[in-house]
Design a protein around this ligand. Sequence first.
Ligand code: WTA
Length: 656
Amino acid sequence: MSQNDAPEADLENLLHETRTFPPSEEFAAQANATAELYQVAAADRGAFWAEQARSLVSWSTEFTEGLDFSGAPVARWFGDGRLNAAYNAVDRHVEAGHGDRVAIHFEGEPGDTRTLTYADLKEQVSRAANALADLGVATGDRVAIYMPMIPETIIAMLACARLGAPHSVVFGGFSAEALHSRIIDADARVVITADGGYRRGKPSSLKPAVDEALAKGTDVRHVLVVERTGQDVDWTEGRDVRWAEALEAASPEHTPVEVEAEHPLYILYTSGTTGKPKGILHTTGGYLTQTAYTFRYVFDHKPETDVYWCTADVGWVTGHSYIVYGPMLNGATQVLYEGTPDTPDKDRWWAIVEKYRVSLLYTAPTAIRAAMKWGDEYPGRHDLSSLRLLGSVGEPINPEAWIWYRNTIGGGKTPIVDTWWQTETGAIMISPLPGVTAAKPGSAQVPLPGASVDVLNDAGESVPNGHGGYLVLTEPWPSMLRGIWGDLERYKETYWSRFEGMYFAGDGAKKDEDGDIWLLGRVDDVMNVSGHRLSTTEVESALVSHPSVAEAAVVGAKDDTTGQAVVAFVILRAAAGEDAAGEEAVAALRNHVAKEIGPIAKPRSILVVSELPKTRSGKIMRRLLKDVAEGREAGDVTTLADSSVMEQITQGMKAG
Ligand code: WTA
């Protein structure tokens, strides 16, 4: 294992956590999940998934095939079936008589609201699909989506799905540079964006970044622009098209394009261990099956009565699977909130829960820790009694945050589902089942029925209970990635080369004495900042792209709020001059990273050093830098080429 090992002390704390929270009888009596689900899935995994695919998804051509892994490690699921994702998310609910059901309660940050029913969505998505087709988008073409958190983002994604045009959503917080490289990698032909969105009480802009990205050269033919803030934007005649005008002119009728089960639904980029983000590819039938299934059972969703709210951004996989596809396949009523949790005040989320009577809330440990720090006063101002289940995703949740979440937000009664999964897995793989599992704070505990998980040691052997190692998925699952866009070799190398025939997740994990699984963070050079993945190499490349930087090393250091924070060590070029090490210059470097990748990648601190700790073979020892960044005595320095380097760096850190 490398730099991101959980320090032993944390591990010990975690494993001394012995509190358990069995489900209440009341919850269990009404739960969608039952203990029997595990038995059914274990008896015949293939039949179990086929049953989920038939009961939760509508097929225009029924499938007869289940899993086909003959092209391993690329799986096919339900390969001879045909369907359309947007039809499944929208039309069929209207056809079933639920057209009047609210699909989206939109709450803009400034306080503006909109309500969209499933019938409204059907019309909007159809119009958008026609508008995209008019712009030349055909089945199979890629469309990049760079948007704030507004209903049009969901409409845009579903319009692509309706055409069988894979979407590539790029998080609105990413830079023009990051957007450009993703447009190029996927060879997107159309970009859907907005003038901007509201964040922290003011309009932020998006369209200028699109203009900048396209100026670098792409094959994008058209940019469809939603007007959200009304701010002035530059306009390229012939290329740029106003969303409202295009939809107005388009027909509200559109026949969804039937695609094969394995037709690409989307590409979503995520950080890997190298500088180049990976385009994770998801296809249609299996992905929809597992997102729908997990949403129904893990969140105990009841379409008639629940109001669901996932606070993630649609630009991340959580937004794809648990704002768009999972909930909408289940005909859910959900809240979509545009802005930040502390605008205008730190009780905004809780005001939203009260206002819409949210019953199922899905968020991330980093947000829970921030709310905990702000104090009980803020949730205390609101009636949160509508909440009946809470979810957590993105990183391990520390037991204290778990307990606070349950007591302060959940009124001491709600089940908490700590859900482990990844962009690559497409849907939840490990989680307690509400109403069935006795929850242990801090542990994601058990593979879901249908999922198959193990923890292996270095030699690839399954570890006994009470031991730790590497998390692997031992059987294919319907929503698994089908590869990395345009790079099959990298797919094999990254996930399938570490352990023969098994998917290597990149996470460390431990089995406790009961065999329950505790996630321990990444074991590779991927950082987890506020639940968002960033690679150390990616940030290092951004730093080195600055003219004053000669060399950079980046580590993820423990942070009370964000889980990990980016801490950088840089060596300046001799030519950079004295001023380059000054406070202003360091601030400029931090901003440079934000500009290259996005504000989330901005280092918390940058220390200018004269040497980096390297082994005799020249490999940077990030583990030692991590020790320093976390305020510990640096570990074993005997393998360093020059052992005095660490002393200098430690002194520098203390002085800074
Ligand atoms: C981490 C987010 C512990 C893990 C859905 C994984 C978690 C990475 C949990 C994927 C959890 C996610 N407990 N760790 N409940 N959920 N992770 O691709 O390290 O953005 O590999 O997907 O987040 O991040 P990604």
